[in-house]
Design a protein around this ligand. Structure first.
Ligand SMILES: [Fe+2]
Length: 282
């Protein structure tokens, strides 16, 4: 009769202690710690929300549909994590920030793994696109400002039709994504087109959840960066364009003020110059 307790009391506390208590002493210490925390918070959530059988069944069906939506080119669980702010929170507890370090943000579901490596100054376009041309000039340095040579700079972004190549059969594979290496001074540059704001894929469970919460699915225009260099923590970040209508309401909570840039026009192109600071390991 655990559910007959007067309000204010914790419902069935001994169940939580029983579940936590059965984590074996032989379990890996980190597994034990993470699972105890998860169980305690999950039980507290059920108590606080007073979940009904029907709601819990709906939740399980929702997660089942989320899993079934996943494929080689669609990662619905990342979307779910992103729209609930979990991806940004994991990032916040895992990365340090501070002087000399570039803020990180979400990886997102559209990183497609190893991509073609281009020479400095090359274009990441595999076909012509409408819209203003973009030039990105970056420097990669360690926290103390020392340039990092031979850093791997991976970039990816949407086409003007609001889609990444992996979402759009009409785009050549690898369009608007590529990798570069920094030179002796830590510099790299590439040509592209100005990115646009776009809705995250909202035709699945994550989109339905957004709709139920009365939220829009849009992300402000951005270019993704993943920068890896020996002896440094890999930096996963974006650069966002100043003035975008969705900077204040990014569907995945990824915007940080230090990552908003204002392109300058030069010779008919928009130009972004940015300094990336990486955290040394140790
Ligand atoms: Fe993106």
């Amino acid at each position: 009769m655990h559910n007959a307790k007067p309000s204010g009391d914790i419902v069935f506390p001994e169940l939580t202690e029983d579940v936590v208590g059965r984590i074996a002493a032989t379990a890996d210490a980190r597994v034990g710690k993470v699972m105890e925390t998860l169980i305690r918070h999950l039980h507290a959530f059920v108590r606080e929300a007073s979940l009904s059988h029907e709601e819990w069944r709906n939740a399980i069906e929702f997660l089942t549909r989320t899993g079934k939506m996943c494929s080689e080119s669609r990662q619905e669980f990342i979307l779910l994590s992103d729209i609930l702010g979990v991806s940004m929170l994991v990032d916040a507890v895992s990365n340090s920030a501070g002087t000399g370090l570039t803020d990180s943000t979400v990886l997102g579901p559209f990183y497609s793994g190893r991509q073609r490596e281009l020479e400095d100054g090359d274009t990441i376009l595999l076909r012509e696109e409408d819209g203003p041309p973009l030039i990105v000039e970056g420097t990669v340095a360690s926290r103390n400002g020392a340039p990092i040579r031979n850093a791997l700079v991976e970039v990816w972004q949407t086409a003007p039709n609001q889609l990444y190549d992996v979402q759009d059969d009409a785009q050549p594979e690898g369009h608007l994504r590529a990798s570069f290496r920094t030179d002796e001074r830590g510099n790299f540059s590439f040509k592209s087109g100005l990115p646009v704001s776009y809705p995250i894929p909202d035709d699945g469970p994550a989109g339905q959840l957004l709709q139920m919460m009365g939220r829009h699915p849009f992300r402000p225009a951005h270019v993704h960066f993943m920068i890896s260099a020996s002896g440094h923590r890999t930096l996963v970040t974006h650069l966002f364009l100043c003035g975008d209508a969705y900077l204040e309401s990014d569907a995945v909570f990824g915007v940080k003020p230090s990552l908003i840039v204002t392109p300058e026009e030069r010779d008919g192109s928009q130009r972004i110059v940015y300094h990336f600071g990486l955290e040394p390991l140790d």
